[in-house]
Ligand binder design. Structure first.
Ligand code: FE2
Length: 319
């Protein structure tokens, strides 16, 4: 199964003046199509022949066994990265991130401007060729990742949501060696709708359920991160989980201990330490201490479960 060429999502002159028609046409026709063509020469009669482009990238990059696989990975990765890059750009000028995307960026970088400044800085500091990614990490945070040459964040289990091509061929015709100017101008072309969609898609594949131990361990950081944010909706939903967990836990704990007290007082469960001077179980003692203890333990457990309940991060606004 040959890997198909992905059409550009806009005309070759649509990104002018930031990226000229000549530069984009050369980039697409020569470089991108060149990677796909080389890949299609390399995969026949290999285990990669029937895989999708993304699966070829993931599989060939995981455990490279032989030189031929290095070539397959290099070309597959470049082909996939370029397709992703085309979609990160749009002729619609000066789009803004959705509220939800902006909120997620601010959680990790402080402000959108700070994110862009850091991104620009990383782009300038990248030595040689490569890609600069914004990824959703396995820890559910947004991070900038530098991919030297054809490094891809998917190889380390992170989900790319935005990328800029920093290979010289992507900007040399328009900017020569002025990478700073290229990276600063490219913000006008960012397709924030695509970035938003990729973020939401990546979040759906994020592991959302944590073990109790992980929840407790991350609680201080989690509280600090969440409660200082201005996300009232999130706080309200979290508070609801906490209150519900506490109430349900207290009710369950109290009920369980009530029945335990009943079983102890009827000596179904013998508990010698609680036998009264008359030789009978002091049910009053058990009820007096047992039920509040049950309510307390139940409430504490319920509160922990409630605050540790994975919270789906649904976008506030559809885009
Ligand atoms: Fe490129």
């Amino acid at each position: 199964m040959a890997i198909q060429i992905t059409p550009l999502p806009y005309n070759t002159n649509a990104l002018e003046p930031v990226i000229s028609e000549e530069a984009l046409r050369t980039h697409y026709e020569q470089h991108y199509k060149g990677y796909v063509a080389k890949l299609n020469d390399l995969i026949p009669d290999t285990i990669y022949e029937e895989l999708s482009l993304k699966d070829i990238v993931l599989r060939s990059g995981k455990k490279i066994q032989w030189d031929h696989e290095i070539k397959i990975f290099n070309n597959a990765d470049q082909a996939w990265n370029h397709t992703f890059f085309w979609n990160c750009l749009t002729p619609a000028r000066n789009m803004r991130p959705s509220d939800y995307l902006a909120q997620r960026i601010c959680e990790s970088f402080g402000t959108l401007k700070a994110f862009q400044e850091q991104f620009n800085l990383e782009a300038l500091e990248l030595f040689g060729s490569g890609w600069l990614w914004l990824v959703l990490t396995k820890n559910n945070t947004l991070e900038i990742m530098v991919g030297k040459n054809d490094e891809n964040p998917m190889a380390s289990g992170n989900s790319p949501i935005f990328v800029v091509d920093l290979w010289e061929h992507s900007y040399y015709l328009d900017y020569q060696s002025r990478r700073k100017e290229y990276i600063e101008n490219i913000w006008d072309l960012v397709n924030w709708s695509f970035v938003h969609a990729e973020l939401v898609k990546a979040e759906k594949h994020q592991p959302t359920r944590k073990s109790t131990r992980e929840s407790i361990k991350g609680l201080p950081f989690y509280l600090r991160q969440r409660w200082v944010e201005s996300d009232r909706t999130f706080i309200k939903r979290r508070r609801t989980c906490l209150v519900s967990g506490t109430v349900i836990g207290a009710a369950l704990g109290g009920t369980i201990f009530f029945f335990l007290a009943a079983l102890v007082s009827t000596q179904v469960i013998p508990l010698p330490g609680l036998i009264s001077t008359s030789g009978n179980i002091s049910s009053g003692f058990v009820l007096f201490f047992g039920i509040p203890l049950g309510v307390f333990l139940g409430a504490a457990c319920g509160a922990l479960v409630g605050i540790g309940t994975p919270m789906p991060l649904t976008p506030k606004t559809s885009h």
